[in-house]
Design a protein around this ligand. Structure first.
Ligand SMILES: [Zn+2]
Length: 1015
């Protein structure tokens, strides 16, 4: 048998004309050949920045019993393989890993690697710190994490990535296409995962490659060529070559058995022609790699060298080492017209019962933490700038890095293992600790700088309360109970003035609050709910490792008014004498049967409850005259356990419900009403693990719902996914709207897709979409909007109703790789219980066409909450000896409410990175969807601006350069588009910046420092 094989192989080899077994020099020089099918071999490794292992475990190759993966090996071996043959190419994507590797290299090695980069052998694409998720992050986080990675690439290599490479995220957002694509200057975007029905149609129609316009407002000015892989991001079957992979290698040594050159060449040509059959132009891309591959890079490159050599000798198709940039240029050179794609690629299903819509909510605690810290990071950078960046003191870099990594598609998405989720949270918390010191130091500086300029003697020490949400705030409790006065500095990171009610926990009812002019202001004492107290007790112990002594009894609420990018100061004291002091809320409990209705709200907005049933019935706004029937309730879906004929369970990624159950009060639940001058509250307990507080503020026209959910009981062996429903009688015709990463809104129609005729298999899960800012519905007269405080899954399954999934606890893995059940617990000593989460959503009903104003401005306020810092007042002199109100802008100036400062950051070289965002889309609001002008000079009082350069979104190149290089793609069909508006160039003297709807403009601002201390 062996003899025979040898004989045949020998003969075969002789026919190919290489009878002598000796060194073969493989010709890998091949470039594109016109007129042939060109197979672009793109060597890559998909390296998750945390998933089954933590980012550092993946990097060093620790914890290999979970998964044999070591990114250090990948980079070591790829680099040495590239040195061996200058025709070989490789792309690298995740800068979190590359940075780790880079800082461990010698000077000599760095020089050699720079040559690889300069020659195009090693190309950075995508180039953020991680390949971010697209469903659950906020756009500001996406910008920040990309900016960080791009800055590293620019600083170290002088390179500007050209290609978006989002190969693994589970669905794709409109914001990714235009903002994190075209606005970065990317010429193309590639990915693998789209709905299986969508893919089937695109394969048939040859529409896997499209021109994608993600923004209705920015249209063709922000479009990108987008390539969807025909199957996945691995190579065609039979062409994976890691040491343990099973594909047959090319055996071309005639002295060895199993010579197979022609056979493998035939396989290659067949796979290439099959792909060419579903692809326009004669260029196809093979993604040569997959998860954590190239740990022994030569085993891949050796095979690709041979394939390129023999396939090109064969001549039927042309094979070459390539990169997505080379591929993009080839597509562009073909001068074709491409199908137009609008909106997005959500939701993603890879199977009739596998809608990946569960992860929009998975790990709601981590999602909430990431969002809260994102807002804090924005504020901390402002304060760092206002004080002046100091190279030796605490800074925001660690928080920046931790937040960047947390945007990974297995991080904030909630699809990582538990120990990895803990690692992300730990990194963020360490980053926060340092940023907190910086914020304290900055506020100390800013509050003192008026009194003793130039002396730099900073004595006051501010404390902050990251656990204020669960009523844990040591300074407010300790200082006041010691009989001292508490100084509360309230910082506003937004560019417009804000008036809001803030709250701190206190132990006494007799409190006086003074504003910075020494005038007593209105304050209100409210009871702490049992849910908050029990969260405080258990979770503070879990996080601090120790029990707390006395618990505060009340919330003190008071109104604050804070200037733009600035602060106001309030003095809180316990009042000794009877006299003016805070109003104590009236509290009464309704157990049903008493009276007919209960009316909540002291201002324009009233919520009407049925006393008998203890539930919301009507929404009335006496100013706008909007009135609507409205109900609100909780239910849960039971997660499918995967034991029916389709073994698909509900899990970290996939939402597959198996029935829905309303959550009704088991007993006639207490319904507590708290009323006072600043706000009214309704406390409701639905069952032992679901409760909520609904708040109506006198000065606001929306309701705030604070929900506390958990521990979700699973002792019946059934996983549960908890939802809330807000129900009206609006006739919404299957239509609802959800945002894309907190930015553009996209119209959703129940059981419908724009791009293909949808076969409905999962009528619930298949209609869920990611919500990061808001979901809304409208009919002919009104619109109902719900804003969220973190990423959640949302839908409208019934006309007039909005549904949000708030928490999930599941007992089965959904077989998408994580290999662990989504069953989050929190432990104190040995005792563990299911995770309880507390979060908020906000709802409001407006006349049709008037909801956007609130969605956009309140949405920005939710993202950037007021930051509270506390100090003890020494004597009675704080206000007289400190700067008590401050604005970083010119005192006479505030931004219009359609513009937000999304970055204000001093860089190492003293320049300031400024990003301004228009918050409205074209046609969204009659007053705010307009071209708006910002006066840069007013943002930088006391500074002389010497130069302002407009940059690309990630600030790695000048905008003008980027526009010059941009490839202009052609679109099929008549391209009827209303004129796209963009702000004009910035005059260097006037320094006025125009922003058109949905525009984000990025600037590097240079100052003339000689003039700051001059005249
Ligand atoms: Zn991945």
């Amino acid at each position: 048998m062996a003899m025979a094989t040898f004989f045949i192989s020998f003969l075969f080899a002789s026919l190919l004309g290489s009878a002598k077994a000796q060194f073969i020099e493989y010709n890998t020089t091949q470039r594109i050949v016109p007129g042939k099918v060109n197979v672009h071999l793109v060597p890559h490794s998909h390296d998750d920045v945390g998933w089954l292992k933590t980012v550092d475990q993946y990097y060093v190759g620790a914890n290999n019993s979970i998964r044999g993966a070591c990114v250090q090996n990948v980079l070591d071996s790829v680099i040495s393989s590239l040195f061996e043959d200058k025709n070989r190419k490789f792309i690298y994507v995740e800068m979190a890993f590359f940075q780790r590797w880079w800082r461990q290299q010698s000077k000599a090695m760095k020089l050699k690697v720079k040559e690889l980069v300069n020659s195009g052998q090693l190309e950075f694409i995508n180039g953020g710190m991680c390949m971010h998720d697209e469903a659950t992050p906020h756009y500001i986080d996406l910008i920040d994490q990309t900016t960080l990675g791009h800055k590293f690439i620019k600083d170290e290599f002088g390179q500007i990535p050209r290609v978006g490479w989002q190969i693994d995220p589970f669905g794709h957002s409109a914001v990714q296409a235009y903002l994190l694509g075209a606005e970065l200057g990317f010429d193309s975007l590639f990915f693998a995962r789209i709905d299986y029905q969508d893919r089937a149609k695109r394969l048939k129609d040859k529409t896997l490659e499209v021109v994608w316009r993600g923004s209705k407002s920015l249209g063709s000015s922000s479009q990108i060529f987008t390539g969807i892989f025909p199957r996945h991001y691995d190579p065609p079957d039979g062409f994976t070559f890691e040491i343990n992979d099973v594909s047959p290698p090319i055996q071309d040594d005639i002295l060895l058995f199993d010579y197979n050159v022609q056979e493998r060449v035939n396989d290659f040509v067949a796979a290439a022609l099959a792909q060419a059959n579903v692809t326009r132009t004669n260029h196809i891309m093979w993604t040569m790699g997959t998860d954590f591959r190239y740990q022994y890079a030569n085993s891949w490159f050796r095979q690709m060298d041979k394939f390129i050599h023999y396939v090109n000798k064969d001549g039927r198709v042309n094979a070459l080492y390539s990169t997505p940039s080379v591929y993009t240029d080839a597509k562009y050179a073909a001068d074709e017209k491409w199908p137009l794609k609008i909106d997005d690629f959500f939701p993603y299903a890879d199977h009739p019962n596998a809608y990946w819509t569960g992860y929009f909510t998975s790990r709601p605690g981590l999602k909430g933490y990431v969002r809260a810290m994102s807002g804090y990071y924005l504020a901390a950078r402002q304060l760092e700038y206002l004080k002046g960046r100091n190279n030796s003191g605490p800074n925001t870099d660690a928080l920046a890095d931790a937040l960047a990594i947390a945007q990974h598609h297995d991080a904030v998405s909630g699809t990582e293992r538990q120990h990895v989720a803990a690692d992300y949270a730990l990194r963020i918390s360490l980053g926060y600790e340092e940023a907190e010191k910086l914020v304290s130091a900055s506020l100390s500086y800013l509050t003192q700088s008026g009194s003793s300029p130039g002396q730099g003697k900073i004595t006051s020490k501010f404390q902050q309360c990251p656990l204020l949400n669960i009523s844990y705030c040591p300074p407010s409790e300790d200082i006041l109970s010691d009989g001292q006065s508490l100084v509360v500095v309230v910082y506003n990171p937004l560019g417009w003035k804000r008036e809001e009610v803030v709250r701190i926990p206190v132990s006494t009812k007799r409190i006086t609050v003074l504003d910075s002019s020494g005038k007593e202001i209105e304050a209100q004492i409210l009871p702490l709910s049992n849910a908050t107290l029990s969260l405080r007790k258990y979770y503070v112990k879990a996080y601090l490792g120790r029990s707390l002594g006395e618990t505060p009894k009340y919330w003190l609420a008071f109104s604050v008014s804070v200037p733009s990018i600035g602060f106001s100061t309030y003095i809180v004291s316990t009042s000794k004498q009877i006299g003016p002091s805070s109003a104590v809320s009236s509290v009464y409990t309704s157990r049903g049967g008493t009276g007919n209705t209960i009316e909540i709200g002291q201002g324009s907005l009233k919520l009407i409850y049925s006393a008998k049933e203890g539930k919301l019935t009507r929404y009335v706004n006496s100013r706008s005259l909007v009135t609507a029937a409205a109900e609100q309730s909780y239910s849960y879906y039971t997660g499918n356990d995967g034991t029916d004929k389709d073994p698909q369970a509900s899990g970290a990624y996939v939402f597959r419900p198996n029935g829905t159950f309303p959550i009704k009060s088991e007993i006639q639940a207490p319904f507590t009403v708290v009323q006072g001058p600043l706000l009214d509250e309704v406390h409701q307990t639905f069952n032992p693990w679901v409760s909520q507080i609904t708040r109506v503020y006198t000065g606001k026209e929306h309701a705030e719902v604070e929900f506390t959910i958990g521990p979700i009981p699973v002792d019946d062996g059934i996983g549960k996914e908890v939802i809330t429903q807000i129900t009206t009688s609006m006739k919404t015709n299957k239509t609802f709207y959800t945002d894309s990463n907190g930015r553009d809104f996209i119209k959703r129609i129940r059981d419908f897709r724009t791009d293909w005729e949808l076969q409905v298999n999962q009528p619930v899960a298949g209609n869920y979409y990611p919500v990061n800012l808001a979901i809304y519905i409208q009919d002919s007269s009104t619109e109902l909007s719900v804003l969220v405080d973190r990423s959640v899954a949302g839908t409208s399954l019934v006309d007039g109703q909005i549904e949000l999934m708030l928490h999930r606890r599941l007992l089965h893995d959904d077989s998408r790789g994580v290999g662990e059940v989504l069953n989050e617990t929190v432990c104190v000593l040995e005792k563990c219980e299911g995770l309880t989460i507390q979060g908020k959503y906000y709802l409001r009903i407006d006349h049709l066409g008037e909801g956007a104003k609130w969605r956009r401005t309140a949405g920005q306020e939710i993202y950037s909450p007021l930051l509270l810092a506390f100090a003890e007042q020494d004597g009675n002199e704080w206000i007289n000896s400190h700067v008590s109100t401050f604005s970083g802008f010119d005192a006479s100036y505030a931004l219009p409410e359609n513009i937000a400062v999304i970055t204000l950051q001093e860089l190492e070289d003293g320049k300031v990175l400024l990003r301004l965002a228009h918050l409205f889309e074209t046609g969204e609001d009659k007053d705010y969807s307009l071209l708006t002008t910002v006066e840069l000079k007013k943002l930088f009082p006391n500074k002389k601006i010497s130069k302002v350069i407009e940059m690309s979104l990630s600030a790695n190149q000048e905008r003008a350069e980027m526009e010059k290089k941009r490839l202009v793609w052609k679109v099929e069909g008549s391209s009827e588009e209303s004129k796209v508006v963009r702000g004009g160039p910035v005059d260097p003297e006037e320094l006025l910046v125009e922003l058109a709807p949905m525009e984000i403009r990025t600037f590097l601002v240079n100052f003339d420092y000689l003039h700051i201390f001059g005249s």
